[in-house]
Design a protein around this ligand. Structure first.
Ligand SMILES: Nc1ncnc2c1ncn2[C@@H]1O[C@H](COP(=O)(O)OP(=O)(O)O)[C@@H](O)[C@H]1O
Length: 177
């Protein structure tokens, strides 16, 4: 049945780690995957590897993701459970996939430094900083999932990463179908 939570069928939880680019999704999600023995799935990498896109967007300098192809590709593995998914968006995934949705947040001055180091400038830089300032991803998560499974976590320092990994690892180990 569409929209019904299927958590009872999986033995291990699925987590979505979302947030503006540069907030530390891939750093935190891969560290958590290692610490908890869950599978790390970076949607950006998957789209490139499996060609799950409709070409290249010259304006935003990124692939035009084909959301249907991504969902088809991941359906089996998500039903199985035990996944940590990393993507800077969340509204197109089936709601039933996730037991927890984490939105990483970073102070604007810190994010500015990270994104300029990554080579972002001009519109791409200001769009991403605005996205963070207006908490676009947190709003999207709250609109797309039950509020009780959505958590915003700070990601400004290395210490934040270890704290976030430790608390999510605890949550994973006590999760029951
Ligand atoms: N909490 C943090 N404290 C300090 N540096 C961080 C933190 N999170 C990420 N970084 C650094 O910021 C950069 C962007 O992180 P990354 O994980 O690639 O972000 P995202 O996957 O959200 O785009 C990397 O150089 C990473 O080492």
């Amino acid at each position: 049945m569409a929209g019904v939570n299927n958590g009872a069928r999986r033995q291990r939880p699925n987590l979505l780690i979302t947030g503006t680019p540069g907030t530390g999704k891939s750093t935190m999600a891969s560290a958590l995957a290692e610490a908890s023995d869950l599978r790390y799935i970076c949607i950006g990498d998957l789209v490139k590897e499996k060609n799950l896109h409709d070409g290249w967007d010259n304006e935003f300098n990124c692939h035009i993701i084909n959301e249907d192809l991504v969902c088809d590709e991941l359906e089996d593995v998500m039903q199985e459970g035990g996944n940590i998914v990393d993507y800077h968006g969340c509204e197109f995934f089936p709601e039933r996939w996730f037991d927890r949705v984490v939105v990483l947040q970073t102070e604007n001055s810190v994010l500015y430094d990270r994104l300029t180091r990554r080579g972002y400038s001009g519109t791409k830089l200001s769009n991403n900083l605005q996205c963070e300032m207006y908490q676009v991803l947190l709003e999207e998560a709250n609109e797309s999932y039950e509020e009780e499974i959505v958590t915003a976590l700070q990601s400004n320092t290395i210490e934040d990463i270890s704290n976030n990994v430790a608390s999510l690892k605890d949550w994973i180990s006590t999760w029951r179908p």
